[in-house]
Design a protein around this ligand. Structure first.
Ligand SMILES: C[S@@+](CC[C@H](N)C(=O)[O-])C[C@H]1O[C@@H](n2cnc3c(N)ncnc32)[C@H](O)[C@@H]1O
Length: 266
């Protein structure tokens, strides 16, 4: 399958998963609450009255959170079903402009305009998008000079579709020792993989894993410059050594959050 076909397939899957996804309360998960949201908000550093673009907004939880900070929000996604969920969850007193837009489609992206946004955010979605070049070029144009673009993704070095979480137990004389680690079969990887990122997901969706060098190369080619990076980890206080999960990997970051800027002079 080439990437235009993958976009159609990807959209079909997101439409079918939309209601189920909306009910998962992603914004309340430990990943979002403890790792993703604090780092995204730190790097965005939103000021009241700013205009923010939320790219691939899903059910719009982040757009609504940003609106409470006094920002004007434009939020877009290609799934009409997810946008319906987003609109339904938006209180009548909150003004968010939702747009249905395919982030791989240059003519669709042109609707976002030029030099209009103080910041743009793409939260946990770049790895779901079949081709990120058009989106990055558009972000560079749509941001005001000096404007910032923050994205979060599963850490491309450690939290890839091929990552295996490992727990090992050693029975010592005085006690049992359990250690946690990861095993990665392929970093550079190849092609998209159908994955279920949440338990009991109705349909698995495509993940477009890209090595860090590829993601940053595409950002730099679009004219964006990197000026902030966070690799949040779970604090040791939330680990539970009996469970197999990222909360036990207190020195391996599962998430990468980056901030890029449109240079002032571009
Ligand atoms: C994992 S969800 C993240 C949603 C949201 N940003 C959040 O933090 O909950 C990924 C989103 O990417 C959207 N998406 C995938 N490919 C897209 C495309 N080509 N254009 C627009 N949205 C796309 C999906 O519809 C979905 O809402």
């Amino acid at each position: 399958m080439n990437w235009p076909e993958l976009v159609d397939k990807t959209r079909e899957i997101w439409e079918q998963n939309a209601t189920w996804w909306d009910n998962q309360k992603i914004d309340e998960s430990p990943f979002t609450r403890r790792l993703i949201k604090p780092a995204v908000l730190r790097l965005l550093a939103v000021k009241e009255g700013e205009t923010i673009l939320d790219l691939a907004c899903g059910n719009g939880w982040l757009a609504r959170d940003l609106a409470t900070l006094g920002a004007h929000i434009v939020a877009c996604d290609f799934s009409s079903a997810l946008l319906s969920c987003a609109r339904a969850r938006t209180p009548s007193t909150t003004v968010i402009s939702y747009m249905q837009l395919d982030l791989t489609d240059e003519s669709d992206l042109a609707r976002l305009g030029c030099s209009r946004f103080d910041c743009a955010v793409c939260n946990m979605a770049l790895m779901d998008i079949a081709n990120i070049e058009p989106l990055l070029r558009t972000v560079q144009l749509a941001l005001k000079p000096g404007g910032r673009f923050v994205f979060s993704i599963p850490h491309p070095c450690f939290h890839t579709p091929s990552t295996i979480l490992v727990a090992e137990r050693q029975d010592l004389v005085s006690h049992r020792e359990i250690s946690h680690s990861i095993s990665i079969k392929s970093y550079f990887g190849a092609g998209p993989e159908a994955c279920s990122v949440l338990k009991n997901q109705p349909r698995s969706h495509y993940l477009f894993h890209r090595p860090l060098s590829v993601i940053l190369r595409e950002c730099f080619a679009a004219g964006l410059v990197l000026d902030g990076l966070e690799e949040p980890i779970f604090p040791a206080s939330v680990s539970n050594e009996q469970a197999l999960g990222w909360a036990n990997l207190t020195s391996i970051p599962p998430i990468l959050v980056a901030r890029l800027r449109r240079p002032l002079s571009s």
